[in-house]
Design a protein around this ligand. Sequence first.
Ligand code: ATP
Length: 502
Amino acid sequence: MSSEPAATPSLADRITKDEPKQSWADEVNSPVAEEPPSTKPENGISQTDGASGPFGGSNLHEPDYEVQVKLADLQEDPNNPLFSAQSFEQLNLKPEILKGVVGMNFRKPSKVQEKTLPLLLMNPPKNLIGQSQSGTGKTAAFVLNILSRIDISTPELQKTPQALVLAPSRELARQICGVVRLMGHFMEGLVVDAAVPVDASQRGRKIEASVIVGTPGTVQDLIKRRSMNVTKMRILVLDEADNMLDQQGLGDQCSRVKAMLPKDLQVVLFSATFPENVVRYAHTFAPNANEMTLKHEDLTVEGIKQVYLDCDNDDAKYETLVKFYGMLTIGSSIIFVKRKETATKLEQRMTAEGHKVVALTSNYEGSQRDIVIDAFRLGHAKVLIATNVLARGIDVSSVSMVVNYDVPDTQTGPRTPTVADPQTYLHRIGRTGRFGRVGVAVTFVSSKADWEKLMAIQNYFGCEIVRLDTQDWDDLEEQITKIIKSSRAGTNLQGSANAITT
Ligand SMILES: Nc1ncnc2c1ncn2[C@@H]1O[C@H](COP(=O)(O)OP(=O)(O)OP(=O)(O)O)[C@@H](O)[C@H]1O
């Protein structure tokens, strides 16, 4: 195989090809296609990737290869986070909610759903702090609790806010809104709304819905302006709770929002990570909570194969990236960078070279951001370049590779040197390998400091991050295929609902 980038087909070529191409990722990550449910919510939320939306039909093709291990097998293995001894029927859900779950092709609960749902649903309601690996179905756990508890028996109640979910990004808030709508599809009179920043023309609108999902700043603003009645609010969920409580701005906003809500509130905190420095605050925020937590050694997802590439220096990273994309046939992928300037630069350079990429950073606002993420969800752009703004929660099943263009790091003080950021690493790589699928996470290492940070991350999780030999590019695809095939986890797209947008 030639190592000349010009000799390999560009990503743009591949995006527009109709024929599905077999590749290392496709090979192990192929779905077992299942008919979407016949009912489609009126709000246009689609249940499968690329079914509908502002861009029309999807150009995603999912080949029909044999898979190694089926989701059903993973759900039978007690050591797997997707395992459950029970069925959804045994969890005492209302028939119309159960119908929604069945409609989403969920056959069995995952461990976090099986363990937390009985705790969430008990009466009188108790607070909960729930932790489980990325992509294991935490959203459904808190959404099922919300749908079980709200009272929408009158038109008045249907418009009265009773449950509030706060998320760190507008993309995640919109995605969760979509899940609530899908799961609650058979609940007559359910009104769900997203409280995220809106364009100027929509400012001043009132939020009249029984379930609201939003970002903390906007929600705080809406309550203050009395555009949202919170007197009947009884559930508050923080998704990505450690991030929400830890980050100065977000943490303050969450506390202020909570202070404006009634006191007899069920507080539910969910995340894949709860670093020690946040745990105490989490207990103050959700007092006397039931807990489901994990050791950090148990947090990595088996199906995500972690590798790294050595690059001579910062400049060499771009060359390596382009070579890498020229070499491999992949489904969708996300490239994470530290700075938005890098995202913009990469987008410009890759686009100029004919690659079909989109970038999403905090540079974009409101509806512009929605256009970018929806294009990616629908497969119109197969490569998304993003900053940490999208590291958490985003669920796009076709993502088979995550690239850490910059090693995730953080500063603990204004003048202190940067240190490894294991939490961000875990959330970033968790955008692939969702619910039993296989994915690859590739980290670019361009200095000794980078390498030390990556090794600190490896030690923190007790996982293995394998070095790929870039001396032999011809062999790269083979190396990756081998690594993925060594995984015992297989894949199966049955039972998933994705591409959820509002
Ligand atoms: N019981 C189930 N059966 C089949 N698929 C499921 C089930 N529960 C959830 N899923 C699917 O698994 C995927 C991941 O779920 P979800 O986004 O809730 O993960 P998460 O645990 O919140 O991950 P993260 O920590 O990254 O936010 C989604 O596509 C969801 O539809």
